[in-house]
Design a protein around this ligand. Structure first.
Ligand code: OGA
Ligand code: MN
Length: 205
């Protein structure tokens, strides 16, 4: 697993992220967004916990609620608070930085808060599917202070072919994962504790 530590919204950091995506297709970053921003995002989510929407599978007429496959509830981010604006602005910097370095053609970004209650999970899946949403690069940012291995709920990233496990990521506060949306089957293992995150996707045209 490739883990990069330190502040990452700098040109040198974008170099390292781009290198990892070009060679491996995924990267796990720790402490790359300001701690205060992560804390503000967490404080945006907590009061909204009672009014989240059930997650579904597929788009448009294909859309179904599928609690057997995924159990998370969600709310889409809007740039209507300093916290959400700050997160989306950081991702915009990353989008521009990656477009200068790679040929991914990242065009826009969408993201939602996600909450998995204790016992929740998300079966193995790909984020980009046939006739789908044009998702190119997936992001997951975690909002859970003091996560311990006993809490489970880890993200498991698998190789595109075969079933090799490439990375196991604990959803610890401040960790950001990036991976190519169409290349890596991944899953959220059953969590033993409520699990907060922001899942997002850079899309092509
Ligand atoms: C997703 C997803 C992973 C995670 O929302 O599509 O795979 O670790 N999330 O929350
Ligand atoms: Mn996913």
């Amino acid at each position: 697993m490739t883990t990069e530590a330190g502040p990452h919204n700098s040109e040198a950091a974008f170099d390292r992220i781009a290198d990892a995506l070009a060679t491996l297709g995924y990267v796990v970053l720790t402490d790359c967004l300001p701690v205060a921003l992560g804390e503000a995002l967490r404080q945006r989510l907590i009061p909204a916990l009672g009014s989240l929407q059930q997650a579904g599978i597929g788009r448009g007429r294909q859309h179904t609620l599928a609690a057997a496959i995924r159990t998370d509830t969600l709310r889409w981010l809007l740039p209507d608070s300093p916290a959400e604006f700050g997160y989306l602005a950081w991702m915009e910097q990353l989008r521009l930085g990656l477009n200068r370095r790679l040929l991914l053609g990242l065009f826009d970004y969408e993201a939602h808060f996600a909450v998995y209650a204790a016992g929740g999970h998300y079966h193995q899946h790909l984020d980009a599917f046939q006739g789908g949403t044009n998702r190119v690069l997936s992001t997951v940012f975690y909002l859970n202070p003091h996560w311990s291995p006993a809490d489970c709920g880890e993200l498991r990233i698998h190789a595109a072919t075969g079933d090799a496990l490439l990375a196991t990521v604990m959803p610890e506060f401040g960790t950001l994962v990036l991976f190519l949306s169409a290349s890596f089957p991944h899953e959220v293992a059953i969590t033993h504790r409520p699990r907060y995150s922001i899942a997002g996707w850079f899309r092509g045209r």
